[in-house]
Every structure is written in C-alpha cells, then in structure tokens.
Design a protein around this ligand. Structure first.
Ligand code: 5GW
Ligand code: MN
Length: 332
C-alpha cells in the first residue's frame, strides 16, 4: 500500500506512531525519576487524595487527651487520616522492623502473632520481622506478602523469667547497632503474647514512642506501679510521672531505640550490683526513661489492649490484643 511518494499518508502515520512511543517513553522516565525526588513526587501523590480540610474548631476527639503538655501526639482512633499518613511514609519509602521475643515455651505465640501482623501491621509498607528465639527449629515457615521478610535471631534463654524479659533491652540494643540500623528506619518492639485485630500502621511512627498501659490510663500518679524505692535506678517519686507506659510496646528510629535500650539495660545492671530488681522489671526502667526523655508520640491503649480491662467507651477499637495465656502451659 505504501507508495514511493514522500511524504505519503502512510509514512506520516509511522512518524506519528514513533512520536507517540517516544512520548510514552519520556513520561515513563519522568514518573520513574519522580520517585527519586521526593520534593517533586510529594504534591503529585498528595493531590490525588481527597480529604476534608482539618477544622481548627472541631477537635476529632473530645473525650480523651490527644496531645501531651510537651506537644507529643497521643494516637487515638479517629484523630488521624491513614491515607495522608501512608502517602507521606510511602514517598519516603520507609522500612520498619518489628522485634519480638519467643524464648522457651513462648514460641507457641509466634504463629498467631505473625499471621495477624500480615493482615494488620504496616500493610503495604516494607517490613522486617525480627524474631529472637532460642528455639530456631520450632519457628515454622511463613508465607509473607511482598516486601516483607522474617529474620530469625538465635539468642540465649536466661533461666529466670525476669531475666528473659529484662535482657530484651540488651539484645535489641546490640542487634540494632549491628544490624537493624542498616536494614530499617524505624523499630517497633513488642510482646509476643499478642494478636493484631485491627490496623496498626505508620501512625505509630515517630522519633521515639511508647504506649499507654491499658490498666493505668485513667489512674492517678500515686496509683501508677512505678518503682518507689529510692535506691533503684528506676525510682520515681509519688509527685512525679506523666503516664504509666506499657513495657510491651516501644519504638522509634533505630538510633533512639539504641539510646532507650542502652539506658534501660545499664540501669538494670546498676540495680543488679546493688542487689535490687525494679518492681516491674524492664517496664519500670522504661517508665523512668520516658519520664526523663519524653517520647515524641504516645500510643493509646488501643495499641496494647487486654480484655482483662473490659471495653471502656474511649477504646473504640482493639488493635493489638493480649492473648489469654494458659499459665501452666507457658510459665516455668
Ligand atoms: C515466661 C514466664 C514469665 C514471664 C515471662 C516469660 C517469657 C517471656 C518467656 O518465657 N519467653 C519469652 O519470650 N518472653 C518474652 O517476654 C515474650 O516476648 C513476652 O511477650 C515478653 C514479656 O513477657 P510476658 O508477655 O509474659 O509479660 P506480661 O506482662 O505481658 O504478662
Ligand atoms: Mn505480654
């Protein structure tokens, strides 16, 4: 069909087709390039999300405190927009490590923990599970979603259960310096006897964060079970304290987790030298640390609930729930 005459209709068609392909190729490079330049990608991603303008005169929750006197947010259901947060953290391509200890009989909790985390923990983001255990062979294989990996770290099992829980600080510190700092931006360090029941996403992330203990968020300072003996490094007098933080949930950027765990570990060792052990072990030292070095974000008890405390109205969702322990099965 193509005649020898130039330019024929037919060759114009080919030129147009070539231009179209070239254009498509250029825009592909432009989009790809954008991903490397957050300043350009940001307005592009954000403009695509439709959301209501924040209203200065309409606090999202009026039944609970959602900011501390040192201006750290307290994360409650209804106070944040997950889409905005996800867009912000995706554009930074944030990587998150979740540390968990399954020592001795506590390996039985791993299956439910990981399977529920696959459904609810940081869905769509890059996640490394760091499982510390003395029973490597008893951790089964899991099929994980794309961008998610499990790293099993073999560690010693201390004889006393108090040491099993307290030594987590030392081990998290050491592996943070050795490994986590190269692999991830943020760490979340949690108990294993738990199950995810609702989304736990990037709203938890901040320089350094802790969570309100479900048993004490409506209690007075005096009622907090802080360490009250002045000889202990975990000592907090009755006139001091902001909140009672849960030992089973803290995190932040890796560098800050190193500072926190290093402090708690040294405080524990110093007490050991004096033959004293803080009342609630690692939790007591964590509470002392957060009194001195205020967290930059605090998670509401939605993030570490236990049905032992019922279902108060302020708890609109139970995101991460304690699994009922059959004590005779797991304790020693
Ligand atoms: C065993 C007996 C008594 C207390 C702790 C343990 C124990 C804890 C253990 O044998 N193995 C183990 O891996 N742990 C780790 O420490 C788990 O990650 C566990 O979630 C964490 C804290 O101990 P918990 O969960 O028994 O403490 P509570 O305060 O939630 O009851
Ligand atoms: Mn626990």
């Amino acid at each position: 069909m193509c005649s020898q005459k130039w330019p024929s209709v037919c060759s114009i068609k080919w030129i147009l087709l070539f231009c179209l392909c070239f254009g498509l190729l250029l825009s592909w490079f432009a989009i790809k390039g954008n991903r490397c330049h957050p300043n350009i990608a940001m307005p592009y991603t954000l403009h695509r999300i439709l959301y209501d303008k924040p209203d200065i005169f309409k606090p999202r929750r009026i039944d609970v405190l959602s900011i501390t006197p040192w201006l750290a947010p307290i994360v409650w259901n209804g106070t944040f927009n997950r889409d905005i947060l996800n867009a912000q953290f995706h554009q930074r391509e944030v990587r998150i490590g979740l540390t968990v200890f399954a020592i001795k009989k506590y390996v039985i909790f791993i299956k439910k923990f990981i399977e529920s985390a696959e459904k609810f923990f940081m869905v769509g983001h890059k996640v490394n599970y760091y499982v510390f255990t003395d029973r490597v062979n008893e951790i089964s294989n899991f099929t994980l979603a794309e961008g998610r990996h499990m790293v099993i770290l073999e560690v010693p099992a201390y004889e006393r259960w108090q040491d099993v829980t307290m030594r987590r600080m030392e081990m998290i510190r050491d592996f943070s310096i050795k490994q986590f700092v190269n692999d991830v931006d943020y760490l979340a360090c949690v108990d294993v006897d738990m199950e995810f029941l609702d989304d736990v996403g990037v709203e938890i992330l901040s320089k350094v964060f802790g969570a309100l203990h479900p048993g004490f968020f409506s209690h007075t300072r005096r009622e907090f079970t802080y360490e009250r003996r002045p000889q202990s490094k975990a000592y907090i007098p009755f006139e001091a304290g902001d909140f009672y933080y849960a030992g089973g949930y803290f995190g932040g950027v890796v560098e800050e987790v190193v500072k926190l765990t290093n402090y708690c570990h040294h405080a524990m060792l110093a007490d050991k030298q004096q033959n004293i052990e803080a009342l609630w072990h690692d939790e007591s030292y964590l509470n002392k640390y957060f009194l001195l070095y205020k967290p930059t974000k605090i998670l509401s008890p939605e993030y570490i609930w236990n049905n032992y405390y019922g279902s108060p109205a302020s708890i609109q969702t139970k995101r991460f729930l304690g699994v009922n322990k059959k004590y005779e099965e797991v304790r020693f």
